[in-house]
Write a protein that binds this ligand. Sequence first.
Ligand SMILES: [Zn+2]
Length: 289
Amino acid sequence: MKNIFNTQFFNLQFKNPKLVTRNSQHALKTVPDPLIYIFLFAFGAITGSFLNVCIYRIPLKKSIIFPPSSCPKCEKRIPFYDNIPIISYILLHGRCRYCNARIPLNYLIIEVVTALVAVSLFIVFGLTLEALVYYILLSALIVITLIDLEHKIIPDVISLPGIAVGFAVSFFLPVPGVKNSLIGMVAGGGVLFVVAYGYHMITGREGMGGGDIKLLAMIGAFLGWRGILVTLFVGSFVGAIIGGVFMILKGRDTKYAIPFGPFLSLGATIYLFIGEDIIEFYTLHLWLR
Ligand SMILES: [Zn+2]
């Protein structure tokens, strides 16, 4: 298991010097035990279970701590042995033990995705402060994505503290660093504000929501201005493709039905893992021209 670190795959990951500090590479090479993967997967699944609570309760303006989870249909309290991430869903065949109501598949998917996020961040960044910070960012983006898809809103209770946290942790991380974080925050919020304002001036209609503006400011605070660049580029590109497909399938009026938050979140995630490679690829090709 240990020599997995020497494979081509992992070497490729380390080609990202802007995000991977010497410290995190060192941390990865000295990891003693493959058990760490199991531990991190479980830790991620537990986080995912909590994210599910946030996704369900934040739009309803309910507390995310009290009361403990209960079935939305029969309202019976879910006992701890039925609340084990991933495992309980499989054992109960995705149904409530008491009333047999379906538990949405989303719950399982989010637990698995969050677990994979925890493991992936460890593989790329090691057991480092960066990995922890990016874990917080990606967890917030998972919650934002699901809420935006379902309710077409991006809650301020996530994005505003997110901006503050992203800026605060930049004092402790070499990348993006305080100045870059500040630029990313202002540029991220600013660029979408200008787009939204311009769209409103020209068409007289509401285009982009304020939620998207605050979301991109948050992403900028965490990832700096280069992160904003790739996030907008990838987000708009994928958003345009998916939006186009939806318009063809369902008619033109679906334009406002497609939220932008999930695409910005996707763009930020892609920057986190391979963004500097994308920038390198493009600058290289521009130079060659
Ligand atoms: Zn039930």
